[in-house]
Ligand binder design. Structure first.
Ligand code: 3PG
Length: 388
């Protein structure tokens, strides 16, 4: 596959699609690992004398209001700090030619959040061709280094790549190399699936249960399964549309292991203690925010002999210490397991790194949905387009 090393970048306008979709709380980036992971490619392009134009999305934009908290300006500031170099932040996604024309070789600019184009019309996410052509007109080369977005056919990755000579960056290259190692996993193969993108992840399960020996379900996804079992889930995050699907899946396969106890609390707050209950005791005014100790033991039992483990999505609201028990204990257990262990997803990677568990895993991927799709055996559309 063509990589950035194959291109002569000197004096060229090099668009690098990064994934700067980082967690931000109260205007502060709480985990910058995705930004740090992008630096190798950015530094390479700068050192080769390219005029570097960075693009990324941040969160999902469904209203004008969302735009107020999802600007990439904060990322530009963090980048300046990490690169020790000025980063020209352009607070627009269109009509940016004049500002970009000021870039000299070895200089760098970052455009505003590509998903600002998603409101009012979903131009970025629907890969609008006029938008893709416009963005492509800003560069001479396109580099996809946004591994975590490579399963999306959006204008800022697949769109631009259609109209420009393209290659992958170092981050994507490393992710592909690592994840290819488990395309044909050693068995027993166990997948742990958690996190909050419930509607995104539940459809993946159909394929996953064909490949894996067990799928352990925690976090936000588990609530929909608990509900599908006929239990109260109170105010928990669920995906109503997937309840029937979950019922059928559990009836069809005994590979799906869901929690037997959970930690519930009235709200997501660092000040609540919460209460551990069995899944048939969840109260209507409460929400499930972590797995309980019995579930942890159940998960460990299914992991004990695993030869390959893929973990995608935290099993609780791990940003808060009071709901991080399950995620912390699982990380500590997996680290000591004699198996290939792949941790995937921005939130999971952030939680594990923040808890100090960096070493001991085979690979910590920046991609959540992207890594799962790849491990399902699907070709990532944002990579395929580079290969065309
Ligand atoms: C991720 O966090 O998995 C990527 O940045 C993709 O984000 P998305 O699920 O909003 O497309």
């Amino acid at each position: 596959m063509k990589t950035i090393k194959d291109l002569e970048l000197y004096g060229k306008r090099v668009i690098i699609r990064c994934d700067f979709n980082v967690p931000i709380q109260n205007g502060v980036i709480t985990d910058d690992n995705r930004i740090k992971a992008s630096l190798v490619t950015i530094k390479h392009a700068l050192s080769k004398g390219g005029k570097v134009i960075l693009m990324s999305h941040l969160g999902r934009i469904k209203s004008e209001e969302d735009k107020k908290t999802k600007s990439l300006k904060i990322v530009a500031e963090r980048l300046e700090h990490l690169l020790r170099q000025d980063v020209l932040f352009i607070p627009e996604t269109r009509n940016v030619e004049k500002k970009l024309a000021k870039l000299k070789n070895g200089q760098i600019a970052l455009l505003e959040n590509t998903r600002f184009e998603d409101y009012p019309k979903q131009l970025e996410s629907k890969n609008n061709q006029e938008l893709a052509k416009y963005w492509a007109s800003l560069g001479d080369f396109f580099i996809n280094d946004a591994f975590a977005t490579s399963h999306r056919a959006h204008a800022s990755n697949v769109g631009i790549a259609t109209y420009l000579p393209s290659a992958i960056g170092f981050l994507v290259e490393k992710e592909l190399q690592q994840l290819k190692k488990v395309e044909d996993p050693a068995h027993p193969y166990v997948v742990i699936l958690g996190g909050a993108k419930v509607a995104d992840k539940i459809p993946l399960l159909e394929n996953l249960i064909n490949k894996a020996d067990y799928v352990l379900i925690g976090g936000g996804i588990a609530n929909t399964f608990i509900k599908a079992k006929g239990h109260e889930v109170g105010k928990s995050l669920i995906d109503e549309d997937s309840i029937e699907f979950c019922k059928k899946l559990m009836a069809k396969s005994d590979k799906i292991i869901i929690p037997i106890d959970v930690k519930i609390a009235p709200e997501i707050s660092k000040d609540v203690t919460g209460e551990i209950v069995n899944i048939d005791q969840i109260k209507p005014d409460m929400q499930c925010l972590d797995i309980g100790p019995l579930t942890l033991e159940l998960f460990k039992k299914h992991l004990a002999t695993a030869k390959t483990v893929v973990w995608n999505g935290t099993v609780g609201y791990a940003e808060l210490v009071n709901f991080s028990f399950g995620t912390r204990e699982l990380a500590s257990y997996l680290k000591r397991l004699d198996a290939i262990t792949i941790i995937g997803g921005g939130d999971t990677a952030a939680a594990v790194i923040k808890m100090g568990f960096t070493g001991g895993f085979s690979h910590i991927s920046t991609g959540g949905g992207a890594s799962i799709e790849m491990l399902e055996g699907k070709e990532l559309i944002g990579i395929k387009v580079i290969n065309r």
